[in-house]
Design a protein around this ligand. Structure first.
Ligand SMILES: C[S@@+](CC[C@H](N)C(=O)[O-])C[C@H]1O[C@@H](n2cnc3c(N)ncnc32)[C@H](O)[C@@H]1O
Length: 268
């Protein structure tokens, strides 16, 4: 099958649809990448043109396909203890102040394949002996959430897990599972995985002491960033922390948070 070409008009319609659904801002510079990633999908669906594909996406029957398209154009890159300064900050300044007996609630709001919420779980298990805790881990992509919920990884993914935590909270596979590990089910059971599209009204998740929104705002333009953060802020308790990726910032996004450390904010 010949490579199908994507006209500027078709790309414009695709961009609008993806922005409307997921808030993701596809610039003109990403056209070649999008075309490359979607062309296989067109072949699988036996469609002859992007026009047909976009029409399908916009139809009632195409609602599940939007998920596939979003998965194809976003990256799910993540790893255990990514941006470790955030975890150091929590161990040094937040967790020692958690009152005993009061539930500490965390939201990992674009958790990808789960390394972020599991890193948090290991940290909380290690540091909070008298404070109960729970984590909500969400993402737009159901495909990636299924991987996250399994808590099962190739052993190479364990590289950044500190030795003590690896020993205490990860179980090495044997036999047919050799070369892999699972996160201890005792930690997995404290994490609820659910699909949440940050670009739409949020479900009732309760209030959190800590929210991680890392490495997802890079996909959003300023208008969407503001809408997403404003939608999330009512779910952060007063005095709670809001953490974004090192390359991201909340400058111009909200004035309701105070920066306490690079990429770490606190609600007044
Ligand atoms: C690069 S990963 C970030 C993973 C992790 N937070 C980290 O920093 O390592 C970005 C994730 O954002 C998710 N995402 C993109 N748009 C989203 C939206 N509108 N709502 C929720 N999640 C979204 C993608 O599915 C992807 O898993």
């Amino acid at each position: 099958m010949n490579e199908v070409s994507l006209s500027d008009k078709e790309y414009g319609r695709f961009r609008n649809l993806i922005r409307q659904v997921a808030g993701i801002n596809l610039t003109q510079a990403k056209k070649a990448m999008v075309c490359g990633r979607l062309s296989k999908r067109l072949q699988q669906k036996q469609l002859d043109s992007y026009d047909d594909y976009i029409r399908f996406l916009a139809s009632n029957a195409g609602q599940d396909e939007i998920q596939v398209a979003v998965d194809l154009i976003t990256t799910n890159e993540t790893y255990f203890f990514r941006e470790s300064k955030h975890f150091d900050f929590l161990s040094a300044h937040v967790l020692p102040k958690c009152p005993p007996g009061r539930l500490f609630r965390v939201w990992s709001a674009a958790c990808s394949s789960g390394e972020e919420p599991y890193s948090l779980a290991m940290l909380l298990a290690e540091n909070l002996s008298t404070t109960p805790w729970e984590i909500t881990a969400s993402d737009l992509s159901t495909r990636i959430l299924a991987r996250a919920a399994s808590g099962h990884y190739a052993i190479e993914r364990a590289t950044h897990i500190p030795g003590k935590l690896l020993m205490n909270y990860c179980l090495k596979g044997i036999g047919t599972q050799e070369g892999t590990f699972v996160v201890d089910p005792k930690l997995r059971n404290r994490i609820s995985f659910l699909q949440v599209n940050l670009n739409k009204p949020l479900p009732n998740l309760g209030e959190f002491d800590l929210i991680f929104l890392r490495n997802v705002m890079i996909y959003f333009d300023m208008e969407v960033k503001r809408a997403v953060v404003n939608r999330m802020l009512p779910l952060l308790k007063p005095g709670g922390h809001f953490i974004v990726g090192h390359s991201e910032s909340l400058n111009g996004v909200t004035e309701k948070l105070t920066a306490v450390f690079p990429s770490i904010y606190r609600k007044q």
